[in-house]
Write a protein of this length. Sequence first.
Length: 143
Amino acid sequence: MSTAHHIGSMNLLTRLSRVVYARATEQVLGMRLKQFITLDYLRSQGDSAVTQQGLGQTLHLDANNCVILLNDLESDGYVERRRDPIDRRRHIVEMTDAGRRALEDAEVKLETVEDDVLGNLTASERSALRDLLAKALDGNEPA
């Protein structure tokens, strides 16, 4: 029996997250993992307006780091920021078509990382893991 059997689920998730983070490099994905996560979040919001401040809070970034991240994404042509017409003090962040294409390309590349990291699991076990993680996240993600 492996040592992992005696470790709590949160510890295992944290360790697995570190493995993924170490392997999902910019060279592999074509973008940094934080950029990937940001674009994925923007896509998940659909047509809902995402403010720069709200994005920073959701991603647990301070305002300065959020600006740096968005500056990089904007210079790559993956996002656009515009003033909120209702409150000119706020910026709305929108993903561009180039951002959608880059995200889709990175997702394909991330599958190789997933295959590597979850290589000890069968297809059925991977599906069950995905379903269980989605169930655990349901209602626990920031609004």
